[in-house]
Design a protein around this ligand. Structure first.
Ligand code: NDP
Ligand code: HEM
Length: 508
């Protein structure tokens, strides 16, 4: 006992008895003055913070980004210069499930990275897919409602998912990837990460380039079928946590190769697709990926809550040399994440150790929730506003990025005029192997167990516009399920609705 630390209260006072409450007599009621009992119960009541509204279930680790290539002519970002090594944090996640959801569920995976650079934190908050379900953020909350629980049944609703997707053809690309093998990786280590959006680089000469970020798994792609995943979930709901934690604990550090696609600024006017449309990739043949370096995850968190649950990743966190693009989804995310963090973690969430930059921080924000780090204010007692005459922190004009060229009349532009089929067709025809296509058909039809027929038919019509074989394959898988008695459409009254015409309809 002699070498064990002494138990104390949260105020540091020695604590004599952590087993017995104070009662009035051996069989009597408890006393208000049993401060430590009240403290323990009160703390327990406050142990949970709001879970992330999406991407609640996650797994994370610390690591390092190492730059081996040379992209210095495109960006002045210090963390991307040849030879740079930057400490980092990664958090992987599923999108729809709550904090206690099973890991091996078919879903898009989040791929969030925080780089603690000498110029402040750079967060790249991506997914394991290069595209997304919608291209206008005004549709994001509706889309997420279809992924979460039905307000009355409190169950997940494939009807809602397929209703929304079948009415939103821009989702076809992401739905196809989600329902293909890549929709169910065996672990976070066996999947790629993508920045997904178009970002930009800028250099000392004031030139801007459009950028896509890619992180290619060095562990290889590995996936489970739905049947394999069901068996695993029957045994453990924490399969990803076990895989990532145990691999790192065993000293076998997973790595991802970092690549960028680079588009000269003026090309954005020329590509047949909108390069700021999140439902599109940039074909590799047009913009070949350039190798930049790799990152390695080599340290598990000491405390999951402090370092992973408390982590706040935000696309608003960029550093000089890296910036955003006109991508409408990205513009909305620049607002949304920091707002979520103020709600979920508190106003000064960036003073929580895992979010705190590893470089000096001087700003003029003042008091508020979570301001636990007085030095963050300005380090000078009289310089608590700006401008001031007391040597307070001053602006750094070298961090000013080049002007973003934009033009046009402000209105609500109809994004339905974009093609939603060509790139999905290329994926279907040129990339997916025949056996993967068969699994794709089965995965889709397998979720239609109770979806009203009119919604399934509407979705089949969309698959047909991608390729007749796509529609025929899903229909055949659906017919097989029907024949086996596995299709019992629910009785939800369905009113007529049609997806708006897109340019791809006319092209076919
Ligand atoms: P490429 O043939 O040059 O690239 C195809 C890419 O598809 C591969 O490099 C790989 O990307 C990815 N891929 C390979 N197998 C699968 C799979 N089973 N499921 C999903 N993706 C897979 O052609 P393009 O660049 O012209 O792209 C063709 C289509 O490939 C696109 O329409 C898109 O659907 C898909 N794709 C394209 C990506 C891109 O950034 N251009 C990225 C991912 C998919 P990776 O190396 O990233 O694993
Ligand atoms: C988490 C909003 C699109 C990837 C979140 C959170 C919000 C949010 C509010 C919770 C943040 C938190 O509590 O810490 C949005 C909005 C979007 C959008 C409004 C579109 C307009 C996307 C896209 C991607 C993405 C396109 C990927 C390319 C992620 C990831 C997380 C996340 C990885 C989890 C981050 C973590 O691990 O902490 N999103 N999102 N989101 N989102 Fe999005």
């Amino acid at each position: 006992m002699a070498d064990r630390p002494k138990l104390t209260t949260t105020a540091g006072a020695p604590w004599p008895n952590n087993q017995d409450s104070i009662s009035a007599g051996e069989r009597g009621p408890l006393l208000m003055q049993d401060y430590q009992l009240i403290e323990k119960l009160a703390h327990q009541n406050r142990e949970r913070i709001p879970e992330r509204t999406v991407h609640a279930k996650g797994w994370g680790a610390h690591g390092v980004l190492k730059i081996t290539g040379d992209i210095s002519k495109y960006t002045k970002a210090k963390c991307l210069q040849p030879g740079a090594e930057t400490p980092m944090l990664a958090r992987f996640s599923t999108v729809a499930g709550e904090l206690g959801a099973a890991d091996h569920e078919r879903d898009v995976r989040g791929f969030a990275l925080k780089f603690y650079t000498e110029d402040g934190n750079w967060d790249l908050v991506g997914n394991n897919t290069p595209v997304f379900f919608v291209r206008d953020p005004i549709k994001f909350p509706d889309f997420i409602h279809t992924q979460k629980r039905h307000p009355r049944t409190h169950m997940r609703s494939p009807t809602a998912m397929w209703d929304f997707w079948s009415l939103s053809p821009e989702s076809l690309h992401q739905v196809t990837i989600l329902m293909s093998d890549r929709g169910l990786p065996i672990s976070p280590m066996h999947m790629n990460g993508y920045g997904s959006h178009t970002y930009s680089f800028w250099n000392d000469a004031g030139e801007r380039y459009w950028i896509k970020f890619h992180f290619k798994t060095q562990q290889g792609h590995k996936h489970y079928t739905n049947a394999e995943a069901e068996e695993i979930v029957g045994k453990t709901r924490e399969g990803y946590q076990e895989a990532l934690y145990n691999t790192i604990e065993g000293g076998d550090f997973p790595r991802w190769t970092m690549q960028v696609q680079i588009m000269p600024e003026a090309d954005a006017e020329k590509t047949e697709y909108n390069p700021f449309d999140l439902t599109k990739v940039w074909p590799h043949a047009d913009y070949p990926p350039i190798e930049v370096g790799y990152f390695e995850l080599n340290k598990n968190p000491e405390n999951y809550f402090a370092e992973i649950e408390n982590a706040a990743f935000s696309p608003s966190n960029v550093v000089p040399g890296i910036s955003w693009s006109p991508d409408k989804m990205l513009q909305a995310r620049i607002f949304s994440y920091a707002d979520a963090h103020r709600h979920r973690l508190g106003t000064h969430y960036e003073s929580i150790p895992v979010n705190r930059p590893k470089c000096p921080v001087h700003h003029y924000h003042r008091d508020g929730e979570m301001n636990v780090y007085g030095g963050i204010i300005s380090g000078n007692e009289n310089a608590y506003y700006e401008p001031n005459s007391f040597s307070g922190a001053a602006e750094d004009r070298s961090a000013q990025e080049p002007p973003l060229r934009i033009s046009g009349d402000a209105t609500r532009y109809n994004h339905r005029t974009y093609d939603d089929y060509k790139q999905v067709r290329e994926l279907f025809v040129n990339v997916l192997e025949d056996d993967e296509k068969v699994r794709l058909y089965g995965n889709i039809a397998g979720t239609w167990g109770d979806v009203p027929e009119v919604i399934c038919e509407r979705q089949l019509a969309e698959f047909k516009k991608v390729h007749p074989d796509y529609e025929a394959g899903v229909r055949a898988a659906w017919e097989k399920i029907k024949a086996e008695g596995g299709y019992k459409p629910n009785a939800a009254p369905v009113t007529d609705a049609t997806p708006q015409i897109t340019r791809g309809d006319a092209a076919d």
